[in-house]
Design a protein around this ligand. Sequence first.
Ligand SMILES: *Cc1c(COP(=O)(O)O)cnc(C)c1O
Length: 376
Amino acid sequence: MSAYTVTPSRCHIDLAALRRNFFRLGNPASIMPVIKSDAYGHGLLPVARALDQAGARRFAVGTVDEGMALREAGLGQRIVPLLGAVSPQDWRTAAALDLTPLLTDFEDIEKAAACCPANRPLHVAVKCETGMNRLGFSADDLPALLESLRRFPHMTPVLALSHLSCADMPEEAAYTQAQIRLFADMCATLREAFPDMARSLGNSPAVLGLPETRYEVCRPGLALYGGNAFSGTGRETLGADLEWVMSVSAPILRVRRIKAGQSVSYGRAFVASCDATVAVVAAGYATGLARNLSNRTDLLINGRRVPQVGRVCMGMVMADVSALANVRAGDTAWILGGPAAPGQRPITAQEMADKLDTIPYEILCQMGSANPRVYS
Ligand SMILES: *Cc1c(COP(=O)(O)O)cnc(C)c1O
């Protein structure tokens, strides 16, 4: 964040809820929390510190840079940057700071070998390709991989990982099972040569729904932040007790009366059908509230849901508060979450994502990176 703020809206991060989610996901000793992309918009360091206090023994970050930030914050856990080491500098940093870089192809082996520290082994993680077709060695590559690793005794593979592409989709169960079998076979081959290698497969939906994918190390991300990957499917109850960690608030700038027939905001996309009271709220697409939600979302004001009206602007958005008594400038509107009155539901990232035909991950990343964050 820069020295000035561009919005009075705030992203609230409830670290106690984060820790409760962490404990809900089973044995903490086997969890490698995924905190890439600034912890899905929740803030890398506060999230890592909270999970460190909760007993996290390792972290999966995105970039080597994120790993460096954890080391500079004094965190000594195993750290795996999931994007791999991208530049020569990344490899040097990973080796110097005892991060656990990914080997994703044969070129990586040479690069890793070139920066092994003199006085201790370089720990590496082997990325296995089982069906995502993104990064990693395929099963056919394993003999050559093992041959290469034998040439570099200072390099110690400590972790084998692969990623499931549709563990959240009950209709793709057969594909997921094939990925699980392939990973098990690849791990068996790798562990003949390196018996101490830990295995890591399960993401959030797998941690909730496929306990056999936990192995020594599982890698939930979304579930830690309260998202239920099974939302809208027949397996929804599996993640029903997770709590959202992020909420987003913005002050009401002005409350105005409008007459029937008057329109609100750009393009006259909302025209009042009767006299109405409209609250002007300091949030907009620059603060992560997608313009495609214009006239389609709700806001929570004084504990109650009210419809958002008119086009979402860059830094302002309007709500029809005619049904509420006593709304005043300075009151708080909740874009996501917030305290709901009895019988009222807060707006969730899942609900917004469903309306936008996207996933809650995207909502959290956008809201979290566009609003100043406050922690409790
Ligand atoms: C992002 C990511 C995860 C976590 O996925 P969730 O669905 O958020 O649990 C796990 N592994 C890899 C390789 C990832 O990129």
